[in-house]
Design a protein around this ligand. Structure first.
Ligand SMILES: *Cc1c(COP(=O)(O)O)cnc(C)c1O
Length: 418
């Protein structure tokens, strides 16, 4: 890639915005009246619209023969997109943020920073789509991924190669096994041993409300905006945050070159979703805590970072401000699990998470079915595992529906483990 550093783009944020407490920050969209622009002032709406307008325009007229308008073509930049980007940069503590057409598209942009012959180190319990894309890179682009157990910083250290390692890719907590990676410890090790390597964190499970990987030492953070950030399962989006201006310019180059920037309408929907992230996440997390407690009390093996019996309970507490709203549990029988999933009425049988509605699924039959059975076994992914993605319904209804389903499936009463 040539010319990356000289390539300028609209809406580069330079001044440091004021930081309020998390819930305030999410809903308070900075709109400067300063006509020269400042953070978040990229949309200088002449009518002071309370909600940022949707600039549904592919091109922008220029003031003269040599161009020089702030925006010229929506692949390169669009005011509605810039607005949600500067808002998200503030929330993620990023130097600069980008929004693209999906979470996978966000990862694709990031992975284009890796050249043939360089290597990626990644976890062994990754999101299925991430595995698929990494597999493609190794088959067609000469970029090999080494999978290690990222719950062990030493395992990451042993896989590092100062000449070759370009990206260390972390997910924490993982899905559906809820394994935790120590972002800070791993970032320290990587930066000491491989100054060229970037620590990249997929923060989809926590959302920037609960965890801010850039503050823990990561170089790039990304989210599937399809999940908690939008919150309603009505759009697909990806969000990237870069710690430095240099990394941001490289990412912007790829986004402009490939044309995956988020559309004006979806940018608007995403911004609307982000404003309510705190209330949704608090409620979902609160509900999830109650569901987890109920299942633990019934004697099920529950995977949840808020479960004090979780082996990395303390580590997760250090990295984030809460356990989130995704948990999984084992029943001991695949048939019983299938009956439970099908007997629920409120819990929608669906992949994905982060929506206001509660969802139930069996990862081995659904989201993770593309992973071959022997690999699932190697990764100790139990076939009977049920994943719950808790929404904002009344917790009493969720508990009653789940309890009924457990009874119908013959999973209750159980002997307590204690
Ligand atoms: C959903 C998801 C993705 C992919 O995001 P899309 O918006 O579906 O492309 C990546 N990582 C994790 C952890 C996810 O849950």
């Amino acid at each position: 890639m040539t010319n990356v550093a000289t390539l300028d783009s609209p809406a580069v944020t330079t001044a440091k915005p004021k930081h309020y407490r998390p819930a305030t920050e999410l809903v308070h969209i900075e709109t400067s009246t300063d006509p020269t622009g400042g953070p978040g002032s990229t949309v200088r709406d002449p009518y002071n619209a309370a909600s940022v307008p949707i600039y549904q325009s592919a091109t922008f007229k220029q003031p003269g023969a040599h161009g020089s308008g702030e925006y010229d073509y929506s692949r390169s930049g669009n005011p509605t997109r810039s607005h949600v980007e500067s808002h998200l940069a503030k929330i993620m503590r990023a130097q600069r943020a980008f929004v693209v057409s999906s979470g996978m598209s966000a990862l694709d942009v990031i992975l284009r920073l890796v050249k043939a012959g360089e290597e990626i180190i990644a976890g062994d319990d990754l999101y299925g789509g991430t595995n698929r894309l990494l597999g493609y890179l190794s088959q067609y682009n000469g970029v090999v991924t080494r999978h290690v157990d990222t719950t062990e910083p030493l395992a990451v250290m042993e896989a590092l190669n100062p000449e070759k390692t370009r990206i260390v890719l972390l997910e924490t907590p993982t899905n559906p096994l809820i394994k935790i990676a120590d972002i800070s410890a791993i970032a320290d090790l990587v930066h000491q041993q491989c100054p060229r390597a970037l620590v990249v964190v997929d923060n989809t499970m926590m959302s920037p409300y609960l965890q801010k990987p850039l503050m823990l030492g990561a170089d790039i953070v990304y989210h599937s905006g399809t999940k908690y950030l939008s919150g309603h399962h009505d759009l697909m989006a990806g969000v990237i945050g870069a710690k430095t201006q240099a990394t941001a310019e490289q990412l912007y180059f790829v986004i402009n070159a490939t044309g995956c920037g988020l559309s004006p309408f979806d940018s608007w929907l995403l911004l609307r979703g982000v404003k309510t992230l705190a209330v949704r996440m608090e409620k979902q997390q609160d509900n999830a805590r109650q569901i987890a407690e109920f299942l633990i009390n019934q004697g099920f093996r529950v995977h949840y970072p808020g479960n004090p019996a979780h082996p990395q309970y303390e580590l997760h507490k250090r990295l984030s401000s809460g356990p989130g709203a995704v948990l999984s549990f084992e029943t001991g029988s695949t048939e019983v699990s299938e009956r439970i999933v099908e007997a629920t009425k409120l819990w929608g049988i669906s992949v994905s998470f982060g929506c206001v509605n509660s969802l139930i699924s069996m990862p081995c039959q659904m989201s993770h079915a593309s992973i071959p059975a022997h690999v699932r076994q190697e990764r100790a992914l139990p076939e009977d595992l049920i994943r719950l993605c808790v929404g904002i319904e009344d917790p009493q209804d969720l508990l009653e529906d789940l309890e009924n389903a457990l009874h119908e499936a013959g999973a209750l009463p159980r002997k307590s483990l204690g």
